[in-house]
Write a protein that binds this ligand. Structure first.
Ligand SMILES: [Zn+2]
Length: 471
């Protein structure tokens, strides 16, 4: 019983953090004043006054069921894991004949979908807990993650639920039904742009060997463009910063013109996959030229996963260069174990992490574009590491169809509110070896500008989330 109350409190806090950051004060006030309770399903029938009652004891199966998409006020919402109506005496509140809420004659309203455990499963990494399978980078493959296999990673189900909940609270307060348009309440989309600085100089031996390799593979695949590799090997031999470090400065300039800022996640240390890609003098040179308001974070090296010695060595090395504490980070290769890594990050002073992304696709690994504190199920405790899942990155913006998908997601999120994370590697911004990426970052920023997105710093998010969750 204590445990379910504790988890209910946790879920309520994550919802409050999201509303406070993504919606205006009126929405937060409405949420705070609402009679919203989390109760066991069997207790709902015995409630004696009007309220919104969210059942908190219905466990989901590991595979999502009854996935349903509905259009409300011109916006799509995805629901899954249906809850049966308690009895025939409850009225169904429907969209297109599908129940979204149930209401009884006392005025108790409950959701027709198991949002509570959907959130708990996602924010406590149910998929990782249910299987020990991992890929060669020690990550759970999307093929072994039922949530992603069902296609749910393509939609921000958490953001959509909060929007539906707020519409219900607003409608209840003003007596205008369950699905009023609450777009007035939504704040402009918040964005966190970032660059994983894996390679800063194009003459490192792994980049050069990679070119030869791509040239050979290119011939086998009938792609002869890569055969130009000897030219670029030679070019980067004499101009190592071109296509890499120089791109960081170019991206910063472009961001400044749009009124945005970004985070540079620095790969240093000794044991990256394929060794250490950047020499330390290149890192120092870059960091000397980074303007104020652009943040520095740690790109946890390949060998640091659950290895405190190499993690600390890398972190201390970076801190020694910049002369201040580093508290932001993202794992190289997204090599990250959500069941264990948060303990390591907490121990070593990381307070903001962006490692929860999907290597195979752009989208929403834990159903959200926003920040939350992960629930560490093993110890039934809430992690202090504020987490912004990575949603969009360059590798999945390399075709018109994928860019169109990105634009659609941003449009959608700007209507329902969210915090978006976008990653662009320096070597992808402008690189003669990858011409289809030319201009893509500009288009990304243009799309964000069109929806009036605002750049925010991790510090801002940390402060807001800590204040809103009462920490
Ligand atoms: Zn990386």
């Amino acid at each position: 019983m204590i445990e379910i109350n504790q988890i209910s409190q946790y879920v309520k806090e994550q919802i409050r953090v999201h509303i406070g950051i993504c919606y205006k004060k009126d929405a937060l006030d409405c949420f705070d004043q609402a009679s919203l309770i989390f109760v066991p399903f069997n207790d709902i029938e015995s409630l004696t006054s009007p309220c919104i009652a969210i059942p908190n004891d219905i466990k989901n199966q590991s595979e999502p069921n009854d996935i349903t998409r509905l259009n409300i006020n011109d916006t799509n919402y995805t629901f899954y894991n249906k809850i049966e109506r308690p009895s025939n005496s409850w009225e169904e509140i429907c969209i297109d004949g599908v129940a979204v809420w149930y209401r009884n004659n006392i005025g108790v309203i409950m959701p027709a979908w198991n949002h509570f455990h959907n959130i708990v499963d996602l924010f406590s990494f149910r998929a990782e807990r249910d299987t020990k399978l991992r890929d060669k980078h020690q990550r759970l493959n999307f093929k072994d993650n039922p949530f992603l296999i069902a296609g749910l990673g393509e939609v921000p189900v958490f953001n959509e639920f909060i929007n539906i909940l707020l519409a219900c609270l607003s409608g209840k307060k003003s007596g205008i039904g369950f699905f009023p348009d609450i777009s007035e309440w939504v704040r402009p989309l918040k964005i966190v742009l970032s660059h994983d600085c894996d390679v800063l100089l194009g003459n490192d031996k792994y980049s050069q060997i990679g070119r030869v390799w791509r040239g050979i593979i290119g011939i086998l695949k009938g792609n002869f463009y890569n055969l130009t590799f000897p030219l670029w090997m030679l070019y980067n031999f004499f101009n190592p910063r071109k296509f890499y470090m120089n791109n960081v400065y170019a991206m910063i300039d472009m961001e400044r013109q749009f009124g945005f800022t970004s985070i540079l996640y620095i790969l240093n240390g000794v044991g990256g996959r394929y060794g250490f890609r950047n020499n330390l003098s290149a890192v120092k040179e870059l960091l000397e030229n980074i303007p104020e308001n652009w943040e520095i974070g740690l790109h946890y090296n390949y060998d640091t996963l659950l290895d405190d010695v190499s993690f600390l060595r890398q972190k201390n090395e970076l801190q020694a260069i910049i002369g201040q504490e580093v508290f932001l980070g993202r794992a190289h290769y997204l090599k990250f174990d959500p069941l264990k890594s948060y303990y390591q990050l907490e121990t070593h002073g990381i307070r903001f992490d962006e490692s929860l992304g999907m290597p195979h696709i752009n989208g929403f690994k834990v159903g959200m574009a926003g920040v939350f504190y992960p629930f560490l199920n093993q110890d039934k405790k809430v992690s202090s590491v504020l987490t912004l899942p990575l949603q969009f990155w360059d590798s999945h913006l390399n075709s018109e169809a994928k860019i169109a998908n990105f634009e659609k997601s941003i449009e959608h999120l700007s209507k329902i509110g969210g915090v978006v994370s976008v990653l662009f590697h320096p070597g992808k911004f402008y690189n003669i070896e990858d011409p289809k990426m030319d201009g893509v970052y500009y288009r990304v920023l243009k799309t964000l500008q069109r929806v009036q997105a605002k750049s925010v710093s991790p510090n801002y998010l940390i402060q807001q989330a800590s204040y809103l969750s009462g920490k």
